[in-house]
Design a binder for this molecule. Structure first.
Ligand code: GLP
Length: 246
């Protein structure tokens, strides 16, 4: 059963998720986090940066795993999620080298890279908390709607809708958005001890309703989160608008 927390606006929803991350880190400074990219978590990261700057929080001992990466992009490429994380979080909070794990979009053998990433998560003791965004088509990480979903980290072909949604990182030029990505699988996400999904804005309202109240289906990958014993969906009012129980 998904727990819902609905806030009046996106800023309050982001603050809620930042506070949940802070509580996890304060309770367990060497915890293992799964982290998302996208526009939605930017204010979450801004809040964490503020807390670290003021001395209220340290991420030094936290191990992080990012959810996904575009195939063909290196860590410094425009649009890469590794560059995004450096810009919005790690470049601002890491005072010394810290365990930041990414999928390598340039790996010559992507299946080996996926297996390496899964092993690294296992070696770290598993994910304590995964924070997710939500695609307008119900994707989580880059697990796109499909007839079948591989459980663990794997390569995916991106839908046109997702490439358009990600064009911002590529100067608005959709043709420059890679056609493939490598992503943590839904099974990897469900194996985390806790999951928080953050969605804000009216464009997410249909996907939120399908994820939280629709049938379990691989055509709405986020609906599979209903299987998790400890999942919280944090929304603003606009993203919650299509929920019947809101
Ligand atoms: C990308 C990421 C997802 C993210 C989604 C939503 O597709 N791979 O992890 O949740 O974008 O992005 P936004 O927050 O910009 O709407």
């Amino acid at each position: 059963m998904i727990r819902l927390r609905i806030h009046p606006d996106a800023a309050a929803a982001a603050h809620d998720v930042a506070a949940a991350l802070r509580s996890t880190v304060v309770a367990s400074p060497a915890c293992v986090l799964g982290l998302p990219t996208g526009r939605t978590p930017i204010p979450v990261y801004a809040q964490l940066v503020e807390w670290v700057a003021s001395g209220a929080l340290s991420l030094d001992d936290v191990t992080t795993f990012n959810l996904d990466e575009f195939v063909g992009l290196g860590p410094d490429a425009q649009g890469s999620f590794q560059a995004f994380m450096r810009h919005h979080l790690f470049g601002r909070v890491d005072r010394r080298p810290a365990p930041r794990n990414f999928l390598d979009g340039l790996a010559p053998d992507l299946d080996l890279e996926a297996a390496r990433f899964e092993r690294a998560i296992d070696d770290a003791g598993g994910l304590d908390l995964v924070v997710l965004g939500l695609g307008t088509n119900g994707h989580i990480g880059f697990n796109e709607p499909a007839g079948e979903l591989p459980a663990r980290t794997h390569v995916v072909s991106l839908t046109d809708e997702t490439r358009v949604a990600n064009a911002d990182g590529f100067g608005g030029e959709v043709p420059r958005v890679p056609t493939r990505a490598i992503t943590m699988g839904v099974g990897t996400i469900l194996a985390a001890r806790e999951v928080i999904l953050l969605a804000t804005g009216a464009s997410k309202a249909d996907a939120v309703a399908a994820a939280c109240e629709g049938p379990l289906t691989t055509q709405v990958p986020a609906s599979l989160l209903q299987l998790h014993p400890r999942v919280t969906v944090v929304l603003d009012a606009a993203a919650a608008a299509r929920l019947s129980r809101a």
